[in-house]
Ligand binder design. Structure first.
Ligand code: UTP
Length: 302
């Protein structure tokens, strides 16, 4: 009998040093993808996956992340008065469908340290972890966290999301190896963090989403600071392997890491060009200054 998973933990406390100086005063989880902050996509994925109790892990100075999900009565009144009904509906629905609370990570001791703070919130239940700076676009299919929950219902253990990446890129990610139990579910027998291409166990990179059991908390309490002098979530998760209690789910979806400059810019171009109206107005604006880019965009549309 498997648990009905309802809780989501969204770590969003980190410094975001890769996006400095932008992130000096603005949380990186509020970086926009076209017109929505990245954390809104993440919360929407959690809600669409059936999770209705969400904990944001924040740090001092990142209060605006929680504020984004709170009511904005003055703004809503103004939108109503000015007849901007579509915008009003959009703004007033942000975060609806879940209870959203937060806890503050006082010492930024890594992703493992952030997840450890969710112990009381999880209250002995299975839960999902969604990194707050990364979008996983399932292109209309079941949201990626929902795919992990389905996998959990098949195997009854914690599950990490993985995606295939080119060999040259594997050293940027956590990497797993193991035995395939079905087309997309692997029983993990080894997990390494940021291997060189020669050390890689497979082409499968851990992809920012996890379903974990409360068993992770005692493991996190025991986990010493590792790489980067941080408590690594991967180090605690690896402890589940000897008992056969870890699976990986090869997801149907694409990862967009908005926490890196190249990832942020590439994702914005791609998502903007998906929008017919926006892509035509971008082409017009670029036509004068950058004719090569405008031509490339119009080729893409054909
Ligand atoms: P990253 O590994 O991207 O770290 O965190 P970071 O510090 O935010 O960013 P860089 O590498 O310095 O640019 C992945 C997710 O985990 C959260 C981050 O906010 C991000 O959403 N995180 C990271 C925490 O919540 N606490 C931490 O101590 C570290």
């Amino acid at each position: 009998m498997f648990q009905n998973i309802r809780k989501a933990v969204i770590p969003a406390a980190g410094f975001g040093t890769r996006m400095l100086p932008f992130t000096k005063a603005v949380p990186k989880e509020l970086i926009p993808l076209v017109d929505k902050p990245v954390i809104q996509y993440v919360v929407e994925e959690a809600i669409a996956s059936g999770l209705d109790d969400i904990l944001l892990i924040l740090s001092s100075g990142k209060e605006a992340v929680l504020e984004h999900f709170q009511a904005a009565p003055e703004l809503e009144t103004r939108l109503k008065e000015t007849g901007k009904n579509e915008l009003l509906a959009q703004i007033s629905s942000i975060g609806k469908g879940a209870k959203i609370s937060c806890v503050y990570q006082e010492e930024l001791d890594g992703l493992g340290g952030a997840v450890k703070l969710a112990e009381n919130f999880c209250n002995g239940e299975y839960f999902a972890v969604l990194l707050g700076d990364t979008i996983l676009d399932s292109n209309g299919d079941v949201p990626v966290t929902g795919q992990l929950i389905e996998a959990y219902k098949q195997v009854g253990t914690p599950v990490v999301a993985v995606e295939a990446v080119p060999a040259a890129n594997i050293s940027s990610y956590g990497n797993v190896g193991g035995i395939w139990k079905s087309e997309n579910i692997m029983q993990v027998d080894a997990m390494v963090e940021k291997p060189s291409p020669a050390e890689a166990l497979s082409d499968l990179a851990v992809a920012s989403r996890y379903v974990l059991s409360p068993e992770i908390f005692p493991l996190l309490h025991r986990t010493k600071r590792g790489k980067g002098n941080e408590i690594q979530l991967t180090d605690a998760i690896r402890e589940l392997i000897p008992s056969g209690s870890l699976h990986a789910c090869k997801i149907n979806g694409r990862r967009y890491d908005l926490g890196s400059k190249a990832g942020f810019i590439a994702a914005n171009i791609e998502f903007a060009l998906r929008d017919a109206e926006l892509s035509s107005s971008i082409s017009k604006k670029l036509a004068a200054s950058c004719p090569e880019i405008a031509a490339a965009i119009s080729n893409m549309k054909e």
